[in-house]
Write a protein that binds this ligand. Sequence first.
Ligand code: FAD
Length: 531
Amino acid sequence: TEFFYYFPYFCAMPKEFQFQVSPEAAANEDLLVKKVAQFCKIGASDIQKVVVLKRSIDARQKSIKINLKGKAFLVGEEYTDSKIELPDYPNVENKQEVIVVGAGPAGLFAALQLIELGLKPIVLERGKEVRGRRRDLKAINVDGIVNEDSNYCFGEGGAGTYSDGKLYTRSKKRGDIDRILELFVGFGATPDIMVEAHPHIGTNKLPQIIQDIREKIIACGGIVLFGTRVTDFVLKNNQIEGVVLQNGTIITAQKVILATGHSARDIFELLYKKNILIEAKPFALGVRAEHPQSLIDKIQYSCDYRGEFLPPAPYSMVKQVNGRGIYSFCMCPGGVIAPCATSPGEVVTNGWSPSKRDQATANSGIVVELKLEDFKPYQQYGPLAGMEFQKAIEQKAWQLAGETQKVPAQRMVDFTQNKISTNIPKTSYVPGTTSIEMGQVFPGFLTQIMREGFLQFEKSMKGYLTNDAILHAPESRTSSPVRIPRDDFSLEHLQIKGLYPCGEGAGYAGGIISAAIDGEKCALKVAESLK
Ligand code: FAD
């Protein structure tokens, strides 16, 4: 009787599966159902619904496979399409105010978390709202004009908005990552990001999500102000009491989350000037390489044409040269190289891609790990030495390429052979390129490591080292050159009570997901301290 009692219940459990299929079968529902039926030893007509929980590409073999993990619900079993809902955000209009400086992923997710915890965020963002930013992106691309408050790094959504929107991180805390991914889905991202091993959103989809986050914050009684650059802190006996805006307005609050990103040099300078503890932090620096996407597909998928069922191939590379790591960074399949300067008189590259990653080129930062000792020539700047090292390279590149937003460029093989390229073809970098021997842009030790690095990359990815690949310089904003130290437990600044250094700019995140996680963490600590 016991068996019969449990048997129906046992039957009602969906069948779990985990196997590899061809890219075509993974993309075609009917083929997938057949494959699941075969695997579970049931009839295809017995299957009501196949739900894929994890999907990744296995390109190690000659014939590429898709790893799938999921559940099959049989006909008659209870199955409901579970839609991810946003948390029940309360109205916080009359609650205690907390200032959040910066509306990047760290600031926005901090604001949402504050609302969840019953606090009222006042978000101050130096840049424009997400759509208004577009005009300034056009100005930098087409006319070479850099707006210091509105560019690829500054403005609503922060540096992550007009990006590739890659949503993976080296952090191992699956729970924290899933929570952020769920919020993205709740705000309109495709639920596929919960399934893919390497999810991404794309530049065309991110702005609407960012706008919806802002509208939610405002609907709950929070405040979001644009064109409000913070230029000073109001301090009394090492306690923060508010911030001063560029127009002189003072906004007061006992708690300030400082999430200004890795490019807010004026904030680092302000902290230093006010004798508020900051530290130089190693980061990485190098070039952005662009290959034809078809070439990367050919190398990664070992085939002449990737076909219609595989996505444009990514790549990831790490090597050691002279005791330092040289690695690919923020690789954008089917993407475009963007001018990411935040001040006139400098050039900076980074990459973005649309959600379909359908551009003909693949780009990636190829960067070398820096050490604090590399900043010695700038030691008179104290903790800002790394920032000055970074700035000097960006300014030199600007000068060498003709004092516009054009960047120094060189063909990859020519670079390894220390030879100026006789011509540079048109690349995805809209402001254009100037043919330069890259060794002029970087200190000698960096050039040497990069030259050797490319030779080593070729050993792992045959065909990677080619003159069809164009290097653009520099890729310099990989992470913050400064750390704003905070207490490990309270997350408050080591000297200033009520100040919460947060996200990438403070040195506690690298990328959209980890910045968002750090934003939430800071908001939680603010709420705890107010209890
Ligand atoms: P930020 O996003 O830098 O936000 C800081 C905000 O503070 C900005 O909006 C800025 O305007 C504002 N601010 C600065 N100073 C002040 C001030 N004084 N007063 C008021 N406001 C101020 N990461 C990924 O994970 N995946 C990717 O695919 C990816 N692609 C990228 C592509 C590009 C082109 C760029 C530039 C970056 C990319 N990144 C990517 C990196 C990612 O965007 C950052 O890691 C992330 O945005 C950091 O978040 P944050 O909130 O800490 O800082």
